[in-house]
Design a protein around this ligand. Structure first.
Ligand SMILES: [Zn+2]
Length: 302
């Protein structure tokens, strides 16, 4: 009883001080959470469902995620079927129509992104089973980070119009920081312009494109499809013939297999932490960009 009273008093004080309930934001990934924190500032409480080393294609739909989504005011996901294996199920079970697709609390983070590897014409299995609408790994490009931030800001304003000025201000600070970081890293990467790398899964294409590199062959046969021995042989020959300097793989992908291919082809293996929190240095979204691009630079420097 005493405790209940104390809670009530705290609640009243908060109202008297002009405080407000924070917007509860739930994101599928740590990158979206970091950006949402930047944009929302003190007006929001943000939580990512996954950690920085989760393969977002294959995360599990856990019961505690449903509880979190049930209480959320805003839900932000990468979309484009990246989380198709777990998010639709969670949203269905959340009993929270505020965050269902089409509702103001459902943020489409990719709106306005220039998608890579977009299928032309009819959607076929050509892109494998997991990238049916184009490449969904768009966040490692910091300019796309600005687009994500803008989409999150618009959603926050829709559901919390009183916070508009603050969201706008925070968005502009984030945008300025992202532009500054991009310019700095573009200058760093300029000596490597045009260099080609081989990748395990096609999840680096946006960061490569931003910093003037190109993606050569994939070790996977198709996105999400493990390589056959014949395909692996072709990749090794490709690396040797074109003197590809680097093979890229993410920490949550098949690092040992990528390492074997790199070794046989005579390339270096680089495990690139393209998610916030994947390594301790990648504490925020822009730290993650900085860490990953500096690793690329180092890996490409002979
Ligand atoms: Zn993928």
């Amino acid at each position: 009883m005493k405790r209940l009273f104390a809670i009530a008093v705290i609640g009243m004080c908060a109202v008297a001080n002009g405080a407000f309930a924070q917007l509860r934001v739930v994101t599928t990934s740590t990158d979206l959470a970091s950006i949402a924190k930047e944009v929302g500032g003190n007006r929001v409480a943000v939580e990512s469902l996954t950690t920085g080393n989760t393969d977002l294609h294959y995360a599990q739909a856990r019961p505690d995620y449903i509880v979190k989504l049930n209480k959320a005011d805003l839900f932000v996901s990468i979309g484009l079927e990246l989380e198709a294996g777990w998010v639709p199920l969670l949203l269905n079970q959340s009993r929270n129509p505020k965050i269902h697709r089409g509702a103001p609390g459902y943020c489409v983070a990719y709106a306005g992104i220039d998608l890579a590897e977009k299928p032309t014409g009819e959607i076929t299995r050509q892109m494998g089973d997991i990238h049916p609408y184009g490449n969904p790994h768009y966040w490692p490009d910091p300019i796309n980070g600005i687009v994500i931030a803008r989409n999150i800001k618009e959603s926050m304003i829709k559901i919390d119009p009183a916070g508009k000025d603050e969201y706008e201000k925070n968005f502009h600070s984030f945008k300025d920081a992202a532009v500054k970081k991009t310019k700095e890293l573009m200058a760093l990467m300029s000596p490597h312009k045009g260099k080609e790398v081989v990748v395990y899964h096609t999840e680096f294409v946006y960061v490569l494109r931003r910093f003037g590199l190109s993606q050569g062959m994939m070790i996977e046969e198709l996105p999400g499809v493990a390589p056959s021995p014949a395909h692996a042989k072709k990749v090794i020959e490709y690396i040797r013939a074109r003197k590809v300097p680097l093979v890229l793989v993410s920490p949550w992908s098949n690092v040992s297999y990528a390492g074997k291919i790199a070794k046989e082809g005579g390339a270096k293996l680089l495990v690139l932490p393209i998610q916030t929190g994947s390594v301790p240095e990648a504490k925020t979204y822009l730290d993650m960009i900085d860490t990953s691009v500096r690793m690329l630079h180092k890996g490409l420097t002979q």
